[in-house]
Write a protein that binds this ligand. Structure first.
Ligand code: NDP
Ligand code: TDO
Ligand code: MG
Length: 302
């Protein structure tokens, strides 16, 4: 039986991967309590003990604003841990599946970013995530790096759950309307990962697999404001008792909503390479959102 090691089991994507990869082999999922990824020796010991065929690494330092002042911790998890995992994957002949972010781009481009476009991260989070990507590329291990954006889901913390909470607490909300991207469910990321891993494991010639970097998001685009408004309207339509009126969600500019870390104005990622290479049709963000909301909103009907 194939052995699949998953890090970050308590994270959004790590949670969903435990479901989606369970049909492909023996899944060994670890969290901070099992292995501190800031400790390279602990990573080596873990990989040596498990001897996995596939390592899937959704663990990351994802607190974007906190990373601005907690640089060494962000580097340890987002750059050094992937480098250590990549070296271990190389030694074991394992595939490493890693995740990265739209925040590796500066957002100044006016069209969706393609995989080969120049990364120019503006935040510490983005810089450390980019350094992790580069370390994996340079390691020479078999790898797939999936860059995604605006991840949300039932498990863990995300913008969608924050907005739903705020909608119960407040009568009005200000949400940034000049940053554009695609909200992407953790479950979709996990499902596409399973599709790729299945294809890798089924291949008679592993070396022929199209390793590399791919963009993975839903189709379409919106702003954080458009996302928040659609979310509240859809939640109300599902019967959620939400006091906040969608018209009380006010669009504001990035300058009017100051935060420690700069965010890209353009977070749009082109997913053509992924869709063409693997024969996938990705869902539209609104369709995906409606499905996750049905799990997030408690309802009598089902
Ligand atoms: N969230 C998003 O919007 C986006 C995420 N991504 C990328 O996708 C991937 C998955 O993100 P997501 O699932 O949202 O992340 P989460 O923040 O939900 O989960 C990350 C997990 O990593 C774990 N972790 C952090 N530090 C350590 C450590 N020192 N040792 C062991 N485990 C640690 C955390 O553990 P603990 O729970 O104990 O803190 C957490 O469970 C990441 O690579 C991220 O950069 C890309 C684009 C958007
Ligand atoms: C909660 C809230 C946020 N915002 C803005 C701030 C910011 O510009 C945007 C998103 O806020 P958040 O802090 O939730 O999102 P942020 O943590 O920046 O989300 C990012 O996380 C990392 C891990 C990624 O990789 C990115 O793809 C992206 O998902 O919305 C508002 O305007 N009003 C609000 O009430
Ligand atoms: Mg955040």
């Amino acid at each position: 039986m194939r052995r699949i090691l998953i890090t970050g089991k308590n994270g959004q994507v790590g949670f969903e991967l435990q479901r989606s990869l369970s049909v492909l082999g023996e899944v060994i999922a670890v969290g901070r309590e099992d292995c501190d990824l800031a400790d390279p020796a602990a990573i080596d010991a873990l990989v040596n003990r498990i001897a996995p065929d596939v390592i899937v690494n959704p663990a990351a330092y994802t607190a974007v604003d906190r990373a601005e002042t907690d640089v060494s911790a962000a580097r340890a998890i987002n750059e050094m841990a992937p480098a250590t995992l990549a070296a271990a994957a190389l030694r074991h002949g394992a595939l490493l599946v890693h995740y990265s972010t739209d925040y590796v781009f500066d957002g100044a481009q006016t069209t969706p970013y393609q995989e080969a476009d120049v990364a120019a991260p503006r935040s510490v989070y983005g810089q450390t995530k980019r350094a992790g990507e580069v370390a994996i590329e340079l390691s020479g291990c078999r790898h797939v790096t999936l860059r995604t954006s605006w991840v949300y889901g039932v498990w863990g913390n995300n913008f969608a759950k924050t907005i739903l909470r705020l909608a119960h607490e407040r009568d009005a909300l200000k949400v940034v309307a000049d940053q554009f991207g695609a909200p992407t469910p953790a479950a979709l990321i996990a499902d596409v990962t399973a599709h790729l891993v299945a294809r890798y494991l089924a291949g008679a010639d592993a070396a022929a697999f199209p390793f590399g970097t791919y963009h993975l998001t839903t189709r379409g685009e919106t702003s954080w404001h458009g996302y928040a408004k659609t979310l509240i309207m859809a939640a109300r339509a599902l019967g959620a008792q939400i006091r906040l009126d969608p018209s009380a969600i006010t669009p504001v500019s990035t300058a009017e909503y100051p935060l420690p870390a700069p965010r890209p104005a353009n977070s749009r990622l082109s997913t053509e390479k992924l869709q063409n290479t693997f024969g996938l049709d990705l869902p539209h963000w609104e369709q995906a959102l409606a499905h996750v909301l049905r799990q997030l909103i408690p309802t009598e009907k089902s």
